[in-house]
Design a protein. Structure first.
Length: 177
């Protein structure tokens, strides 16, 4: 029996094209397209990039200043539940900060870290507002849900978004006796 190379190679190429093409179309139209629609329909989103992997869905967001980040995350979790499923949702917000906002955040980091460690989340907004008393155009907003604390800083033109996990990393003790 003589094997014919051309029909075998043609079968392999067609099979691979159908399998990978079907997988690509499923991923594009059944997963990414509906989630892109959910994210882009939210007021305050300039653009988004979505990366869906086996265990995670990563959203890279470009937001307008004063966008309500917590409500956006809740909206995506609620409306995109069929796509996200049991995957972990990771949010990465593109930084459109200014030097003033960066300095403000740097000055507040110690008190914010202390508030997070002691779970006194209302102290976050208090410390940010205390640091911004002499600059009326600076506005801070801190919101919370069951997983994260969302801090939004704006000066009217620029915005800085920080997502702080409510469950801090666990430290291990070394037992070197």
């Amino acid at each position: 029996m003589k094997l014919r190379i051309v029909p075998i190679m043609l079968s392999v190429v067609i099979t691979a094209s159908v399998l990978f093409g079907g997988w690509f179309l499923y991923r594009q139209f059944a997963l990414q397209s509906p989630l892109t629609q959910v994210v882009s329909n939210y007021d305050g989103v300039n653009s988004s990039q979505i990366d869906i992997k086996h265990n995670t869905v990563t959203l890279k967001l470009n937001l307008k200043p004063e966008t309500n980040l917590r409500d956006l995350v809740n909206h995506v979790n609620k409306e995109g539940r069929s796509v996200i499923g049991s995957r972990e949702l990771k949010i990465e917000v593109e930084d459109h900060s200014s030097e003033v906002l960066d300095q403000w955040w740097d000055d507040a980091m110690l008190s914010v870290a202390e508030a997070m460690d002691s779970r006194q989340y209302t102290d976050i907004l208090d410390s940010l507002n205390a640091l911004a008393e002499d600059q009326p155009n600076l506005k801070a907003k801190a919101q919370i849900d069951d997983k994260n604390v969302y801090v939004s800083l704006t000066d009217g033109k620029s915005g800085k978004y920080i997502i702080l996990p409510r469950q801090p990393g666990k430290m291990e003790v070394w037992n070197h006796a």
